[in-house]
Design a protein around this ligand. Structure first.
Ligand SMILES: [Zn+2]
Length: 413
């Protein structure tokens, strides 16, 4: 194989030991200053590879690998995010290497935590691989530093192998994906690619181009608090209004009872007392029509309950978060056909199952940049059980290089 596993390990170690945790409470972009530590390092490393970089004040680092052919080709982009999840400790990441993983449980450092196939059956698929794991006290941050590594290693390979022909390649390393703001300040025009791929998936073979349509809803119930002894026909209990509201939703359409293409209402949080109660939902559906109907249903339930009161005690506020990128990718089939051919050539079984979530690509696709998501070889994100398979990462690097080559094969006719 043409890649050195040790190069992947060294680079991943270098990146994960830099704390780049994002912070949902912050109003700035990037949400934390420390994301600059990795962005600046990457800027230097890209420059050392001979690439031209451009970085804006919000921490969106772009770079260009120029075309080495004399005919026109579409520009392909590769994206990865530099921040790590705010859900778990991300300081003092102390990565451990397991050679030739034999499938038995691994104790994480000096902690009582164990990485075992009983809890994480997908680890069966990485037996025999070299793994990077945590010492149990922090997340690993392979989400998405593995993606950053894969893009960097592919660029390093392409710059040192000019015999491999490719068109113009654009690269983006972005902040704040984990707090849902990744694409918010992403300047699609400045990036100027025809289509792109996020290297931010999980298991070997993932090629994702169908995501949820997503919205959040806040239901606010206003009550009237009266002394319970004299409350008859006067008190309106906001807690009970909220309970009534939720009871009118289809009780089987919740995350814990749905899979595949099935959508849901997820009651995430209730806050309240007699005076005022708020219910916080997220709404998800792959089908755009069903998604619109789900939102309509919340309004209908509100109207129904309100009709029994004089001064309409329930308000509903709904905000769309992102849409199914499949809608934007379908009219551009080459965006998915190119990586499919690359997977086939490399003998990688493509798993195109719909994601029950979203990616940066879900929003970017609607901003005019069709952006499917590709596996990175990491799993158990956002916590101490996170791990990366160096073997699968190696395949992901080959996919990036392969896509660059396949663009030439596709359009040079
Ligand atoms: Zn990620």
């Amino acid at each position: 194989m043409f890649l050195m596993k040790q190069d992947l390990i060294d680079r991943l170690t270098r990146y994960v030991t830099i704390d780049t945790q994002s912070n949902p409470e912050s109003a700035t972009t990037p949400s934390t200053e420390k994301q600059w530590d990795l962005l600046n390092l990457l800027n230097d490393e890209l420059t050392d590879l001979g690439l031209e970089t451009d970085i804006d004040e919000q921490g969106y680092l772009f770079a260009t690998l120029d075309s080495n052919v004399d005919f026109d080709l579409p520009t392909v982009g590769f994206l990865a995010h530099v921040d790590t999840s705010p859900d778990f400790n991300a300081t003092h990441v102390n990565p451990q290497i397991i050679e030739n993983y034999d499938g038995t449980p691994i104790q994480l450092g000096k902690t009582k935590r164990t990485l075992s196939q009983d809890v994480f059956p997908a680890m069966k698929n990485v037996e025999g691989h070299t793994l990077m794991i945590t010492d149990g006290t922090s997340l690993l941050g392979a989400d998405d530093k593995a993606g950053v590594v894969e893009i960097m290693e592919a660029l390093k390979y392409l710059t040192s192998h000019p015999e491999i022909k490719h068109g113009k390649i654009r690269v983006a390393f972005t902040p704040d994906e984990e707090i849902g703001r990744g694409p918010h300040q992403f300047d699609v025009e400045r990036f100027n690619a025809d289509f792109a791929y996020t290297m931010d998936g999980s298991e070997y073979g993932e090629l994702q181009y169908e995501s949820f349509n997503a919205a959040e809803a806040i239901v606010t119930c206003h009550g009237v608090n009266v002394h319970p002894g004299s409350a008859k026909d006067a008190m309106i209990n906001a807690v009970l209004l909220g309970q009534q509201f939720n009871a009118l939703l289809p009780q089987n359409e919740v995350p814990e009872r749905t899979e595949g293409y099935e959508g849901f209402y997820h009651l995430m949080k209730i806050n309240g007392d007699v005076e005022k109660t708020t219910l916080q939902y997220i709404i998800r559906d792959h089908d755009r029509n069903e998604f619109e109907l789900r939102k309509k249903r919340l309004v209908e339930i509100k109207n129904d309950i309100n009709s029994h009161f004089e001064d309409e005690p329930i308000e509903v506020e709904i905000n769309d978060q992102y849409y199914n990128m499949g809608e934007k990718i379908e009219p551009n089939p080459h965006v998915i056909d190119i990586p499919k051919r690359v997977f086939e050539r490399l003998g990688i079984p493509a798993n195109t199952a719909p994601i029950r979530g979203g990616t940066d690509g879900s929003q970017l696709s609607y901003m005019g940049l069709p952006t499917p998501n590709i596996f990175t070889g990491c799993d158990n994100f956002h916590g101490p059980y996170e791990y990366a398979s160096i073997d699968v990462m190696e395949k992901a690097v080959q996919v990036v290089i392969g896509i660059a080559e396949e663009v030439v094969n596709t359009y040079n006719k």
